[in-house]
Design a binder for this molecule. Sequence first.
Ligand code: GLV
Ligand code: GLV
Length: 336
Amino acid sequence: MKPKLFITREIPKVGIERLKDKFEIELWNEYWAPPRDVLLKKASEVDAMVTLLTDKIDRELLDRAKNLRIIAQYAVGFDNIDIRYATEKGVYVTNTPEVLTHATADLAMALLLAVTRRIVEADSFVRNGEWERSRTGWHPLMLLGMELNGKILGVIGMGRIGREVAKRARSFGMKIVYYDLRRLPQEEEDSLGAKFLDLEELLSTSDVVTIHANLTEETRHLINEQRLRLMKPTAYLINVARGAIVDTNALVKALKEGWIAGAGLDVFEEEPLPASHELTKLKNVVLAPHIGSATIEARNAMAEKVALNLIEFLNGRVPPDLVNKDVVKVRQPGFK
Ligand code: GLV
Ligand code: GLV
């Protein structure tokens, strides 16, 4: 008998194609997430799941999931999953690193450029007829922004994505400083041209601060009111990691009261961000709906990774993108 697999949302076909002969697949085919009761019920019935960051995989779910052996998360982040408890229960958890690094780094640059050059404001300036009403094709003071050459980029979290952003920013002439829980070896710092600073120093010297950390208990509200107040009034904040790394209420205050110049945000404490949220009323913010990995290339490659991890596990091998490495001490890979 084939193992039962619940996939919590439609993923690109390449993933399904590779899995369909090997698993008995059930797919939640709505655009929105399966409601909690459906998720709990499916978890209690299946051997494997493909999950998204919107699916809460907590103790309650893991306790009910008697046959569940592996969760293949369709994302690089996995803060929606209680990893420690999954490990205790012998449930393998995999993610999709590397394949979305470039897409996410591109989006960080897109937001950085959009907010510093006021691209969204400029676009509506043209569309709303403000340009036409201004009766001038060009004005020395129209829509001035900030130049990147020679400015300092502060990278919080110098992992794969942080490094790719640093490389891109260097080609725009930016100088790179970074903060991470672990300092990089000297030769990596040299090749990235990146200088380590403690967080407070990074915040007070950077012209753009960009967040590429995981969401953990240590990074939740890492960027709070006190730290936002350290930033320069001319500085910008970019977040394509997880919304909860920033205290949203403090950020709204910072943007309204001009403690910082602007922000480019792809992630939020509450997703979807309500259209009535205060952030949507601010001109100095560019907003995106959590689309860091939203390229055809990345999303296809993520689907292939999910399939590969499940198939390796099915064949009794440790899946390549295993997140909770200690789980191998609790249970052998495979469905037997
Ligand atoms: C998306 O946010 C991801 O973690 O892949
Ligand atoms: C992405 O792959 C990261 O973990 O930085």
